[in-house]
Design a protein around this ligand. Structure first.
Ligand code: NAP
Ligand code: MG
Length: 502
């Protein structure tokens, strides 16, 4: 275990770097207190200490932010061409890159992710901002041949003000997905950051001050009910993009129905990782562990269901257990740590409850299976990487999203059985396939119901690949040009062409 006696001092020093910094709402190009002056303090889950005071906003602040975004759209952002928008977005990306270490440290403090993974998250997010800045210049139009007496063309127009609601697991990366696409398409944005982790998002918006026109990018921190709901309800918000849990996504869709506001929903996952008998089993086991344990398993695209052909199960389990030994939790500020604490204490309790559910359903714990309770780590939200065996696909532990470092192994005997188990959940976000047979790989890629399929690798969303769910994993796509499309509406224009009179 990579725990050191310096845990408390490491984190105190890291927190002290932000003493005196104001994490307010960012509205119309300035950092403000909440209208009623309220604050809340997100906690560092590694030591369970408050990090900084944050403006605790409500509907009044949301209205101000939407007004600022609407005015910035009308007078500034919508008047620019793609190249000018791209130049401004690139200038902001340069500023963010200059502050990469600071943003990564904020993510480590607020989410608990190892510093190296915080850096990776920010770098990835910047890749997306850059991609969308480039795409903003590269947009093209559509002309429709209608005969010589008329002229027809199609315009892709921005919605105006968009509402962007973020979860806590990859704050800057997902800000890149959403805000990058929204701004490049010509919209302005009001961002609702996640309450457990609002700091990096606020800081990123502050770094746009003086670069992006005031009001183009606003961030309103506060709770889902006080800020998220009024944002979705607001009649001047033309489009909502949400990433988070299924129940909140359903609620947002219901609310958005009142104003017939289009929504993009990126929801949960319970993703299969299928190991066919002709796979490189050792390689597959290593990939499966990373797929399940990266970010302490708190990823919508985590590989949680390991479906292994019965002929290679023993070999797979041996290789898996050897690999998982490298994933013991430790201080996220210490280089080399692969897993920090979970994002907050209440979340650790919910993950632990799920592990109890699995035990009570009759599953066997092969590794881990509880919190880390040695001092001084007992105060943090640490949880041991956990894997179950003897899991029946009908069990709750096999059907419901745990969103923690918890995987299970189950076996199948035939191709058909593997596909049936893989598809027998309400989710359909991502899937892993391990096989050395290309024909099986492509057949399975077609047969598994999921928005992203990874063959002999796991994870791999780059700016040009669309990302999103089948079934209850969501509606719409993020990333790639598809996200740009989701942030525009289509207008057809037809004009009669008169016979020239001279
Ligand atoms: P969550 O509880 O659904 O919250 C997501 C965001 O919605 C937060 O900013 C939250 O604010 C806000 N919110 C809560 N109630 C709201 C309401 N009634 N109206 C409007 N906004 C509201 O999800 P989470 O716990 O942050 O994140 C974990 C979930 O996200 C998992 O299910 C995971 O699978 C999913 N996820 C999906 C993807 C994907 O791309 N498919 C990516 C990452 C995560 P507060 O924080 O203030 O509650
Ligand atoms: Mg929540």
């Amino acid at each position: 275990m990579k725990f050191t006696d310096s845990l408390q001092t490491n984190h105190e020093q890291a927190r002290n770097r932000f003493t005196g910094h104001t994490f307010g709402a960012v509205i119309d190009g300035e950092t403000r207190s909440a209208a009623d002056g309220e604050t809340f303090a997100p906690r560092d889950p590694a030591v369970d200490e408050p990090i900084a005071d944050v403006a605790n906003c409500d509907a009044t602040d949301v209205n101000d932010a939407v007004d600022a975004a609407a005015s910035a759209f009308d007078t500034e952002w919508a008047t620019l061409g793609g190249s000018e928008r791209a130049r401004l977005l690139h200038a902001w990306v340069d500023e963010l890159r200059d502050h990469l270490e600071e943003l990564a440290l904020l993510e480590t403090l607020e989410v608990g992710k190892p510093l190296a993974h915080g850096r990776a998250d920010v770098e990835n997010g910047l890749d997306f901002f850059e991609y969308y800045a480039n795409v903003s210049v590269a947009q093209e139009g559509e002309y429709v041949p209608t005969g010589s007496d008329s002229h027809a063309y199609v315009r892709q127009e921005p919605y105006g003000v968009t509402g962007q609601i973020l979860p806590w697991n990859y704050p800057i990366l997902l800000m890149g997905w959403k805000v990058g696409a929204a701004l490049a398409a010509g919209n302005t944005a009001v961002v609702k950051p996640p309450s457990p982790a609002p700091l990096a998002v606020i800081r990123a918006a502050q770094l746009a001050e003086g670069i992006l026109p005031d009001g183009v990018l606003n961030v309103v921190p506060g709770s889902g009910s006080a800020v998220g709901e009024p944002l979705v309800e607001h009649s001047d918000v033309g489009k909502v993009s949400f990433t988070g849990s299924v129940p909140v996504g359903q609620q947002i869709m219901r609310t958005a129905a009142d104003t017939v506001t289009p929504v993009t929903l990126e929801l949960g996952g319970k993703n299969p990782f299928i190991v066919f008998p002709d796979a490189d089993v050792e390689e597959a086991a290593a990939t499966a562990v990373t797929g399940g344990m990266y970010n302490a398993g708190q990823s919508c695209d985590s590989a949680t269901r390991l479906l292994v052909h019965e002929d290679v199960k023993e070999e797979f389990v041996d290789a898996y257990l050897e690999e998982i030994a490298g994933w013991e939790p430790g201080d996220p500020l210490v280089e080399g740590t692969t897993m920090g604490p979970l994002a907050y204490e209440g979340h650790r309790e919910s993950v632990d409850d799920y592990v109890d559910v699995g035990r009570n359903e009759g599953a066997t714990v092969l590794h881990g299976g509880g919190p880390v309770d040695e001092d001084p780590y007992a105060d943090g939200a640490y949880y041991r990487p956990t894997v179950f065996d003897d899991v029946d696909p009908e069990m709750r532990i096999a059907q419901e999203e745990v969103f923690g470092p918890v995987q299970f192994i189950t076996t199948f005997g035939s191709y058909e059985e593997a596909i049936e188990i893989a598809n027998d959940v309400k989710y359909g976000l991502t899937a892993g396939i391990s096989t050395t047979n290309p024909s099986v790989a492509h057949r399975a890629a077609a047969d598994v119901e999921a928005g992203s399929i990874w063959i002999n690798q796991y994870f791999g969303t780059v700016p040009g690949t669309p990302f999103g769910g089948y079934k209850q994993s969501g509606i719409g796509r993020e990333c790639a040009q598809q996200a740009l499309k989701e942030h525009t509406r289509t207008k057809a224009v037809n004009m009669a062409l008169d016979e020239p009179r001279y």
